[in-house]
Design a protein around this ligand. Structure first.
Ligand code: 5GP
Ligand code: ZN
Length: 113
């Protein structure tokens, strides 16, 4: 989608990728909320998790989570995956993304910020 920042990052037109597979890409969050804060996004544009995302896209996103958490050394220590969806969740970027947070204890609450 034109003028979508995450479309541009995911397709290598700007910024730096940590990892990519066929349908998903991962990069560091600009404003990290934990020691490790990685965003995993589909290469194609979907507004959010209820925007008709094909299962193979979700599978590639999960594969990317597996890969980047292993690489970042947080697979065993634990991490949190968050998908803000819509206004009440405070979704600011309307290109589907998983926040992958870890590298330190995150607290027991579901909300991190
Ligand atoms: P949301 O509130 O939509 O779930 O989260 C959007 C996230 O994207 C925020 O954590 C914000 O820091 C991050 N972000 C926004 N613009 C950029 C950008 O241009 N580059 C990167 N790497 N992260 C961004
Ligand atoms: Zn997009």
């Amino acid at each position: 989608m034109q003028d979508c920042i995450f479309c541009k990052i995911a397709n290598g037109e700007m910024g730096e990728l940590i990892y990519e597979n066929e349908r998903a890409a991962a990069f560091a969050d600009l404003n990290p909320q934990a020691k490790t804060h990685i965003l995993v996004v589909p290469k194609d544009h979907y507004a959010n998790i209820v925007d008709g995302v094909p299962s193979e896209v979700l599978a590639d996103m999960v594969e990317a989570v597996e890969h980047v958490t292993q690489e970042a050394g947080i697979r065993e220590s634990g991490f949190r995956v968050i998908m803000n969806t819509g206004d009440d969740a405070g979704q600011m970027v309307h290109h589907l993304h998983m926040h992958v947070l870890g590298g330190e204890p995150l607290g027991e609450g579901l909300i991190t910020r």
